[in-house]
Design a protein around this ligand. Structure first.
Ligand SMILES: Cc1ncc(COP(=O)(O)O)c(C=O)c1O
Length: 331
């Protein structure tokens, strides 16, 4: 099947490692796909999607990339870093309160010299698309061409990122001589799940793909993911039909809300770091991995034996928890 072109911007294939102690604890074979190792500057899942988005932008003759996210957005930081590799000018719109503090991803956006526009929470939530379109128009007036990447690069073209990762995993199954029955990912804006699902459906890989939401509800994401998958159909020679029954999305593990953490969640991240020597992040993978362990207790994963959890990255967000929380005082 023909899929859109991409530019190579990340380390791949990423490693798959077995979590020996966690596997023993839950009596399952649990593996991590280390998408946090896609690159130092571009660490995490977003670069997979950006490989396709930025190629499309270059093909369209773009000079500037416009995107948006939270103040500590992994996606914004990845986009900014990737733009610098291909000589595109990054412009980011970050959702921020009064005085934006600099730590983690936000600090790196500054190091990469991005044009940063801080947008108040209400204005961002009610009209970020309009704000970015206005900027696009003003660039055009000045003879420059912008290309908008929506939040999280969760869009028709971005989906081909995790479509490709799914194929990469199928190749790794052969070299590792293992068959994963279940693949688990965090859901933040939906594109990682949608891409994995798209490949699973098109190529009949017959894997159970489980998505664990860390902000909105299962129902909201089902609709969102079906919409993104429909957008991707626009890039294929033959459309694929999807329905809610194709999706396996769990209840949400948002906890106190997006990017907020309970002490228990932070303790889970610290315990995991000590047990496995791996850093999870506080906004996405920490909440989702902990969610998965809660669901083990509820027998949600009863029929799963070999589970591959996609470590989608986010490590720089951990630094924003230094002052906000007392992680150094935990056990
Ligand atoms: C580290 C990390 N993990 C997971 C996600 C969620 O992925 P997606 O937006 O594709 O659902 C994001 C971004 O939203 C992220 O930054």
């Amino acid at each position: 099947m023909n899929i859109p072109n991409k530019i190579d911007l990340c380390n791949k294939p990423t490693r798959i490692e077995k979590l020996e102690r966690t596997s023993k604890k839950y009596n399952k074979n649990i593996f991590l796909k280390r998408e946090d190792e896609t690159g130092t500057e571009t660490s995490g899942n977003k670069i997979r999607k950006l490989e396709f988005c930025l190629k499309e932008a270059l093909e369209q003759g773009a000079t500037h990339i416009l995107t948006c996210g939270d103040l500590e957005s992994n996606h914004a930081r990845s986009t900014v870093a990737a733009c610098r590799k291909v000589e595109l000018n990054p412009i980011v719109f970050l959702r921020a309160g009064e005085i934006p503090s600099t730590s983690g991803n936000h600090f790196l956006d500054i190091v990469f010299g991005a044009e940063i526009n801080y947008v108040g929470v209400d204005a961002f939530n009610s009209g970020i698309d309009k704000i970015m379109k206005e900027k696009l128009a003003s660039l055009l007036e000045q003879g420059m061409k912008g290309y908008i990447i929506p939040m999280g690069a969760s869009c028709g073209i971005g989906n081909f990122g995790y479509y490709s990762v799914m194929k990469e995993i199928m190749d790794q199954e052969k070299t590792l001589n293992i068959s994963f029955d279940t693949i688990v990912t965090t859901i933040g804006s939906g594109g990682t799940y949608a891409g994995l699902m798209m490949a699973n459906k098109i190529h009949s890989f017959n894997k159970t793909i489980v998505g664990i939401p860390i902000c909105d509800t299962k129902e909201i994401f089902e609709e969102k993911i079906l919409n993104i998958l429909e957008e991707s159909n626009g890039y294929l020679e033959k459309s694929v039909n999807y329905s809610r029954s194709d999706l396996k999305i769990t209840k949400d593990f948002a906890g106190l809300g997006y990017a907020l953490n309970t002490e228990e969640e932070l303790q889970f991240i610290k315990d995991f770091a000590i047990t496995e020597g791996v850093l999870l992040d506080p906004t996405y993978t920490g909440k989702a991995f902990r969610g998965m362990t809660k669901l083990f207790e509820e027998n949600f994963f009863e029929s799963s034996k070999n589970i591959l959890f996609i470590h989608t990255g986010g490590v720089y967000r951990l630094f924003s928890k230094q002052t906000q929380t007392q992680i150094n005082k935990l056990k």
